[in-house]
Design a protein around this ligand. Structure first.
Ligand SMILES: [Zn+2]
Length: 412
């Protein structure tokens, strides 16, 4: 039976893409697809290496007259995201991806297509097999387990490759080259809280909702408000004139999302209640004005709490917590000095979670420059240390600093 890719050019690319669609290859299950790559290399009598985690590199010499050109690495990842629509009876462990043509597009029937990165892998396999191409020495690199956190690529040993020019075949925009990427790293701050008995007063819930939020990498340059910052700002400001007692504070829910909502609970002495609420609303009016171009739907809800509260933060813990949150940065920290409108370094004040003994604050930092990422994480550490908090900064992933003078960029 003819494949739906018959008669398409380049024929080798579509041939390999058709083979790849038949091989189940969810992340972590790349043995079969790796075996396929090896079988193609063996058939062509090309040297290859396969490392302990399953990454494969196939060497192809330069065409006649180009044997001594510098080595170029072409890289794609073997795994794919395995998702299907509800009700689709597809078994990602054994079933081939079913593909249909819709005009100029190929689409999978009810599942992910695996073009990420099947088409990049197919391109590298086509280059491997095609004799008519003129090229220097090539290292065709196939990595495993990209989608779950780049674990294949991150375990490549330094002697696995000899080339120093690397083209990644996994991108989403036709006609665009990516020449850099931010690195990232998380920080988790745990601030111990001392508690005291609840003083006289009325409990209030203060919540900001309706912010636009968004992705901490993609949307950080939009100037969107951070709900954690806003609630902190209001409490800090109002607290200068009207003492209150913090019961708890929650905000945000994901490390890589800009916080859309935050909520604090406080006890306010009865006599100060109306002035306290009025000042909160005044502070919120200022915030609405400040963000009027970006945040159209933000809402402040102040509600009296029912029920009895057994304890609140003591004065020092409360001051430390609010000072820390107010001091921690959120948003763009530096723009690229070379590329217009490109964010170079940013920080997301992502989450605040509360327990009886402590407050946990989660942040994620990004930069395309390794030293700037480290400096940002150091800044967070310094603030946390000043507050007497514990800090956890797991190893993140490195950035890729754009090199506008790179020879390959000029060639491309
Ligand atoms: Zn990909």
């Amino acid at each position: 039976m003819a494949s739906i890719f018959s008669n398409l050019e380049p024929a080798l690319l579509w041939k390999h893409f058709d083979e790849l669609r038949k091989i189940p290859r969810c992340s972590g299950e790349e043995t079969a697809v790796g075996d396929y790559v090896v079988s193609v290399a063996k058939k062509l009598n090309l040297d290859f290496k396969r490392d302990d985690v399953g990454n494969i590199v196939v060497q192809k010499s330069g065409s006649t007259g180009h044997e001594n050109a510098s080595v170029v690495i072409l890289q794609g990842h073997l795994d794919m995201v395995c998702e299907k629509d509800s009700g689709v009876a597809h078994d990602f462990v054994k079933d081939p991806i079913q593909i249909e043509r819709d005009g100029d597009w190929f689409k999978a029937k009810g599942t992910t297509l695996g073009a990420d990165n099947g088409i990049g892998v197919a391109a590298a396999l086509a280059v491997m097999e095609e004799d008519a191409l003129v090229h220097g020495p090539l290292e065709l690199l196939f990595t495993v387990d990209e989608e779950r956190g780049l674990t294949g690529a991150s375990q490549i040993q330094p002697d696995f490759l000899t080339g120093r020019t690397f083209l990644n075949l996994d991108s989403e925009e036709e006609g665009a080259f990516f020449i850099g990427c931010s690195g990232g790293g998380d920080t988790l701050i745990t601030l111990p809280l001392q508690k005291r008995d609840t003083p006289e007063g009325t409990g209030l819930s203060i919540a900001i909702t309706g912010l636009r939020g968004g992705h901490s990498g993609i949307d950080i340059d939009q100037g969107r408000a951070n709900a954690i910052k806003l609630v902190t700002r209001m409490l800090w400001k109002v607290g200068k004139n009207h003492p209150f007692f913090l019961i708890q504070f929650h905000g945000g829910n994901k490390r890589n999302a800009i916080a859309r909502e935050a909520r604090a609970e406080v006890i306010v002495p009865k006599a100060a209640m109306s002035a306290f609420q009025q000042e909160l609303r005044n502070a919120f009016e200022d915030i609405i004005f400040e963000f009027k171009a970006v945040e159209k739907d933000m809402d402040l809800k102040i509600e009296e709490l029912s029920g009895r509260v057994s304890e609140v933060c003591d004065t020092d813990s409360q001051a430390m917590f609010l000072n820390l949150l107010l001091g921690l940065p959120h948003g763009v920290l530096a723009m690229s000095q070379e590329i217009p409108d490109l964010v170079e370094t940013s920080n997301n004040l992502a989450t605040v979670a509360w327990s009886e003994q402590n407050a946990k604050v989660g942040l994620s930092s990004r930069s395309s420059i390794g030293s700037a990422l480290q400096a940002t994480k150091d800044m967070l550490r310094a603030l946390a240390e000043m507050a007497g908090a514990d800090i956890d900064q797991p190893e993140g992933y490195p950035g890729w600093t754009p090199n506008l003078d790179s020879p390959i960029l000029h060639v491309m």
